[in-house]
Design a protein around this ligand. Structure first.
Ligand SMILES: O=P(O)(O)OC[C@H]1O[C@H](OP(=O)(O)OP(=O)(O)O)[C@H](O)[C@@H]1O
Ligand SMILES: Nc1nc2[nH]cnc2c(=O)[nH]1
Length: 185
């Protein structure tokens, strides 16, 4: 069966946060992070692929602009794999840089039920990271979050619906839309 095309769902979708709102939220977040990391050596900045890429890039520039250097690496752990509901977490890539004794800043697009970031955070702890913080562009508002994970830095809140755009996919489409949309309820 051929996948549903983005062009079929986008006209019916609701715009949740436009580009200007998201850019402003990332700028505000950078101010907070910069203050928290004052005087530190460069934290290890881990982009959670794929969805975290646009947000992480923008946050990294905003932090650079504020004088905070970052060492880059990335990981890819996915449990949605193009679907609209989560399954078992699959690790597709782990960072090559040693985390032992490092301050680690994770950048991801969304904290939803939290399974993904909980497992990632746990793995970073197991690698010996000295401090782990989580920055997400969006947090989904519901009461299904697993225990033991929260974001230290949040850009915006999104409703309890499947969202896409700004890194987040609709069936692997729409990640480069510069706004967040929710599928028609
Ligand atoms: O809080 P959770 O319910 O665990 O969901 C959040 C995760 O889901 C998305 O990743 P996805 O599995 O879609 O991988 P992708 O980034 O490659 O699309 C998103 O990037 C988060 O990492
Ligand atoms: N694209 C997308 N990925 C997710 N991962 C967890 N929740 C979501 C969501 O609402 N949209």
């Amino acid at each position: 069966m051929s996948p549903v095309q983005l062009g079929e769902v986008l006209p019916e979708a609701d715009l949740i946060h436009d580009r200007a709102t998201l850019e402003a939220a990332i700028t505000d977040m950078a101010d907070t992070i910069r203050a928290d990391y004052d005087g530190e050596t460069a934290p290890l900045f881990i982009t959670v692929m794929h969805g975290g890429m646009p947000f992480a890039a923008q946050l990294a520039f905003a932090l650079g602009e504020r004088g905070l250097d970052l060492e880059f690496d990335y990981l890819h752990a996915t449990r949605y794999r193009g679907n609209t509901s989560g399954a078992r977490l699959a690790w597709l890539h782990r960072p090559a840089t040693s985390m032992r004794g490092r301050r680690v800043l994770l950048a991801d697009d969304i904290l939803d039920e939290g399974h993904t970031l909980l497992a990632i955070r746990q793995w970073c702890e197991d690698q010996g990271a000295a401090d782990i913080r989580v920055a997400v562009l969006a947090v989904k508002i519901h009461d299904r979050r697993v225990e033991g994970i929260e974001a230290d830095y949040v850009g915006v809140e999104v409703p309890d619906r499947y969202v896409f755009g700004y890194g987040m996919d609709f069936q692997e489409q729409g990640r480069n839309l510069p706004a967040i949309y929710a599928l028609k309820a």
